[in-house]
Ligand binder design. Sequence first.
Ligand code: MG
Length: 159
Amino acid sequence: MSDRIGLGYDLHRLVPGRKLILGGLEIPFSRGLEGHSDADALIHAVIDALLGASGDGDIGRLFPDSDPAWKNARGADLLRTVVARLDAAGLEIVHVDTVIAAEKPAVAPHVGDMKKILCPLLGIGPDALGIKGKTNEGVGAIGRGEAIACWAVALLRAK
Ligand code: MG
């Protein structure tokens, strides 16, 4: 069994007075995602996809939000830790694909900059990372701009 896939999902509320961080990138917007850490829903979803594929638990088990050590933790730093665990387990990341569901702001103009941050962290090229923005067509909490949700899938291969 050399190929393994994982699925990750995360959602955070959009609130005033917070920076909006997605994929390790600060995106100019009137509100940001609420959370104990930097609330980077994209990186959190990617981490859970990676951990799902490696069979190494989930983000809440590795970095419990009850632990003050992870208060204001940067998603990029958590991701770096998880990638090191995969490497130690003899797993390489082959491909990661993601969806960001956000009514606003538009994601597409920021995809290139997110890839510049995430690809080196993941150790993959830009063609091996998908980041796709979708609106929710005004439907539900995401459509009303109350939250942003992210999904990710990851393919890992034993080295
Ligand atoms: Mg989260």
